[in-house]
Design a protein around this ligand. Sequence first.
Ligand code: AGP
Length: 605
Amino acid sequence: MCGIIGYVGEREALPIILDSLQRIEYRGYDSCGILVQDNSADGKFQVHKSLKSIAQLKNNLAESEYTGTIGVGHTRWATHGVPARRNAHPHFDCEGEIAVVHNGIIENFQALKEGPLSNCRFKSDTDTEVIAHLTKKKMIKTDSLEGFELQLKEAVKACLSELMGSYAIIVTAKGFDGLVAARQDSPLIIGVGDRENFIASDVPAVLEQTNRIIYLEEGDIAVVKKDSIYIENNDSEVKRNERLIPWTTEDAEKGGYEHFMLKEIHEEPKAIIDTLRGYLSEEGICLGLECDARRILMVACGTSYYAALCGKYMIEHLAKVPVQVELASEFNYSDFVLDDMMVMAITQSGETADTLMALKKAKRFGCKTVAITNVVGSTATRIADDAIYIRAGLEIGVAATKSFIAQLVIFYLLGLFLAKMPKHRLEERISDLELMPLLAQVVLDEEGENIQKQAGYLSNYANAFFVGRGVNLPIALEGALKLKEISYIHAEGYAAGELKHGPFALLTEDTPVIAIMTPDSTYDKTVGNVKEIKARGAPVIAIAEQGDEEVEKYVDRVIRVPKTGAIFSPIANTVALHLLAYWTAKERGCEIDKPRNLAKSVTVE
Ligand code: AGP
């Protein structure tokens, strides 16, 4: 979704805003805009909007032309209106006195445009612009600066009370020595500095400047000045705690890798180690959950949904606790019967709108809820009764990689935790778990070159299938999602036994099939499926274990992963498929960290 940043302090705002925007460009990147208010009494607005990248903007904007110590910035993921300069933020009222940057969707913008704002001149196709016009309409003239601050805050509040939808906004007004911020169903944080403060859609935007973070809550409205932060909710002042965030700026940098995605794939072993370390102790597995779940419902989107599907196999296999997995966007509008289930929301960012809606629905039904997320303090953790953190570290690449692996680790832990097995058996299982980082590392170290070679081959095709069975079916789905997301090759994930029920019609010599062929109880069946695929002329790349020489007889190409028990095979298979997607996209010259039309966290339904 869109990224927003605001700065108020004593330093020049422009370089800080551009740097912050570049750090959150993964939120959306089809256009961008900045505004710096000059330090004159009138507080003249200096504005630049562009379809270029932030890096280009950094090179093109002369700092001397945009001087001032208050400013806002925005990087856009288009919802209303095509990517164009007129639709880039900030947006203004008719007189250009109030400026707004916004992330979210104003659902009733058309009704407002045609109703109370019908006499306003709109310059963009966005929903956001109504916020500037409506705020201006609610302002009452006043001469004192103090009076102005109050008026502006009240005007923003009055405006927000007429909006339907979701928003994280920063409002600035000519001559005002601060910024007004508000959130509803879209994340917004305040970075606390020394005689300066920051407002942003997410933490990496401000990490270079401060790790003291205040998370705004639903319905909060804040007036942020260089040496004060005032927050109110429901017309009363509220105190929000400051948290120290453990992430560092290094986490937000590429560390010598060409892309964040490659860096993050190489961090998969570490994500496994950190996640395990967080929950293993002398006493066994300590998830901090008081949990006696007899049925679990998982809700999630995208990659997190595939992790949840894998989690279902793991938990059912290890603990024999039934798990149902639903796409959050479908679950929200279904007649699904929620009874005494424990509802788990799986969301890396903790901000995915569909998943948050699902959590809220579960709470309305009185279910016990748990957020499984990577982001401390994210909205999901504040809605759910409990939180389990995956410890993947900051993930910036739009394609989720190490967070997916860390989610799998949590499901292993959860499966063992719920299994309530005798101590000696648990210890054996934990030793197996402790081998997982090694499995991931072996793929990175020993198979990287071969995967690059196979990617060179795959990159020539327009379509591909990924197939797997059992616990590796979700891994096939994940492999297909990753490939299409960043290489733009049309890829579909299927249960290996399902291709013959329709998709076979698409198989030709131009449709490679990537088959996960882990030697588990379904191996022979998968071999049968591969033979059928080959008989239809489609080339097959197998993901097979080291030492499985038989597989060479059936397939055209092989990617090797280390030997492991079937239940742990998703770890190494995932690393292999993440690398395959990365190198294929690289071969095709794609914008890997900023795939077209996507954004890292999707905060609209
Ligand atoms: C995966 O590579 C995607 N970027 C996407 O599917 C993502 O997993 C999905 O939007 C859910 O995000 P979340 O885990 O932050 O809720």
